[in-house]
Design a protein around this ligand. Structure first.
Ligand code: BGC
Length: 401
């Protein structure tokens, strides 16, 4: 046993020395001429280094893990979620805590109250406390650069969770549901429900998107627009408020209250004369919830019935709304699947195994294309919620009462 520990310590020391030697190498950019770059990408124009620094931190982490495991201890890991005030991040956090424990890690899970400075501090503390792998769903895609640099210095690997981390090369992996596809699914649902391809229209639609600092928000919106834009251009679909740009329809912090306030303004300005609304494309469930509340109080549902409202996440409150006929659909992104994938990757990194990714092209974070694993989103409705959510053990019947 002592010999084994000695061997892994030696391995660790050798790979640490290597890592140190490489970190000191500098290079001049052949594209823009910037001198003394220290990263694998030019710090001015992001041109890749002609002789990239080999990524040894995985080996370092694996060697450290071997030492920890040889001592019979668990490997520290950190999970940083944006907030505990939205249902989904609570589910994600709980799932990962359980799965990381089962996989032999010692996890710390923290929620950052949607405050960027809190998230930064929490992550830095996790690194200082010896985390060897971090799983992060960022509040603001570009705000954690300092922490990511620190993680790399300490040989701690970073997995971006659900939301891609931007503008830093030290993002090792990304696990997510295909975000553009989520928007496409929402757009196609409306296209089908209104039979846009075969009917004349015109139909009236409004849009609500998410928080602008969340990279996913733009992707959801673009995905839905990629289906519906042509109908708007043809005049088959009319956005009465005229608000069709992401910046106009975004919702600060994804909050229901913010979405509701904007919807109330739109309804009182453009629909108070008794105009019918056919659909409200909402990027997720928290915003859909706000829109539903606004419509309930400010729109003639008795006469027209509910417009088609889309959502995402299958939050409990929204599934109840679907069952009650208020919301037409949600996109189910099984947080158990995502959490399991993140934990699987964490394990593979630390064992030095090949990491399971299925996309090496799509997610460019301005510094590198981040190797990603994309899970598939599924449509949830009042028709299939039992099979999808209850039979699969995601919710109990009581959760939805
Ligand atoms: C997630 C959505 C979630 C939203 C608000 C997005 O980044 O992908 O699932 O509804 O954040 O929390």
């Amino acid at each position: 046993m002592h010999k084994l520990i000695l061997f892994v310590v030696l391995l660790f020391v050798i790979s640490s020395c290597f890592a140190l030697g490489n970190a000191e190498g500098t290079w001049d950019c052949p594209q823009c001429g910037r001198k003394g770059n220290t990263d694998n990408y030019c710090e001015n124009c992001a041109h890749p280094s002609p002789t990239p620094t080999p990524d040894l931190s995985s080996e370092t982490a694996a060697a450290e893990t071997a030492i920890i495991a040889a001592k019979g201890e668990k490997v520290k890991s950190g999970v940083s979620m944006p907030t505990d005030s939205l249902q989904r991040w609570n589910e994600d956090g709980k799932n990962m805590e359980k799965m990381l424990n089962e996989a032999g890690f010692e996890p710390v899970v923290q929620y950052a109250s949607n405050d960027v400075s809190i998230q930064l501090k929490q992550i830095e503390t996790m690194i200082d406390d010896g985390a060897k792998v971090l799983i992060i769903a960022a509040i603001d895609a570009s705000s954690l650069r300092q922490a990511l640099d620190k993680a790399a210095e300490k040989g701690c690997k970073v997995i971006a969770y659900d939301r891609l981390l931007y503008d830093n090369v030290h993002v090792d992996y990304y696990v997510t549901f295909s975000n553009f596809k989520v928007g496409v699914v929402q757009g196609e649902f409306v296209e089908k429900a209104l039979d846009l391809a075969n009917t004349e229209g015109p139909f009236t639609i409004e849009f609500t998107a998410g928080e602008p600092c969340d990279n996913n928000a733009g992707l959801f919106f673009s995905g839905a627009m990629s289906v519906l834009k042509k109908y708007i251009e043809e005049g088959k679909v009319v956005v009465i408020s005229g608000q069709t740009e992401f910046a106009d329809v975004a919702t600060p912090s994804w909050k229901s209250e913010n979405a509701q306030m904007r919807a109330e303004k739109i309804l009182s300005t453009y629909y108070a004369d008794g105009r019918k609304l056919d659909a409200w494309v909402c990027s997720n469930d928290t915003t859909a919830y706000g829109i539903t509340n606004a419509l309930e109080a400010n729109y003639d549902i008795w006469t027209y019935g509910w417009p088609i409202i889309t959502g995402q996440d299958c939050d409990k409150a929204n599934v109840r709304n679907m069952i009650a006929g208020k919301q037409a659909m949600s996109v189910f992104k099984d947080t158990r699947t995502l959490a399991a994938q993140a934990v699987k990757i964490a394990g593979q990194i630390l064992k030095g195994e090949e990491v399971d990714v299925n996309d090496r092209e799509t997610y460019d974070n301005n510094k590198k294309v981040v190797p990603s694993f994309l899970c598939d989103p599924v449509i949830g409705t009042a028709e299939n919620y039992k099979e999808l959510l209850i039979d699969s053990g995601y919710y109990t019947e009581d959760d939805l009462k």
